[in-house]
Design a protein around this ligand. Structure first.
Ligand SMILES: *[C@@H]1O[C@H](CO)[C@@H](O)[C@H](O)[C@H]1NC(C)=O
Length: 176
């Protein structure tokens, strides 16, 4: 009786250790799949703007929405432009499980943009945002899913002209 009690204790201890190890490994795997909970859209990650031939980077690379030097923005540079009916498509170097996309729209004057935003994964597009009131910094939260690309579609320009202007984009997995 006593012996089996001890054996049970040992087994329970073993299972608990194994669970703990799994928990550690599993949470590390989750963290990796989610880009370590950091912004995955940056130069170091090697992300691409595959729509680059249809977009215009104002002030060359300083107009890239992946840059970290985001605070020098004027009417002439520091943003990415996309004409009406075109999209800005961002391809991730890896597939990440994400739930948040942040888009900073040009906001040096008061204006609203009309855009739609999609996630692309394995050739399936899922719309995660649609508005004619988009302004300044948008934080778009969506049910966590694997992402290959984001597509920001200029469906209606803005209240001043027909162009979509993006200063910066970020994407990450955020704890709810
Ligand atoms: C890992 O993520 C899955 C969902 O993808 C979740 O069910 C599980 O609890 C997570 N595991 C850990 C240890 O965080």
């Amino acid at each position: 009786m006593k012996q089996s009690f001890l054996i049970n204790l040992l087994i329970i201890g073993y299972i608990q250790t194994a669970n703990l190890q799994c928990l550690n490994v599993c949470s590390r795997i989750n963290s990796t799949k989610r880009g370590n909970y950091l912004n995955v859209l940056n130069y170091h990650n090697g992300d691409l703007i595959s729509s680059k031939n249809k977009n215009q980077f104002n002030d060359y690379n300083d107009g890239s929405p992946f840059r970290d030097e985001i605070y020098l923005v004027t009417s002439y540079f520091g943003f990415l432009m996309c004409s009406l009916g075109q999209s800005i498509q961002i391809n991730l170097i890896q597939k990440y499980e994400l739930n948040t996309l942040k888009i900073w729209l040009w906001d040096r004057t008061n204006r609203f943009y009309t855009i739609e935003v999609f996630i692309i994964f394995e050739n399936v597009e899922t719309r995660i945002y649609e508005s004619n009131q988009a302004q300044s910094i948008l934080t778009i939260q969506f049910p966590a899913q694997k992402v290959e690309s984001f597509r920001i579609y200029n469906t209606g320009g803005n209240t001043v002209n027909s162009i979509l202007h993006i200063i910066k984009v970020e994407a990450y997995y955020k704890f709810q």
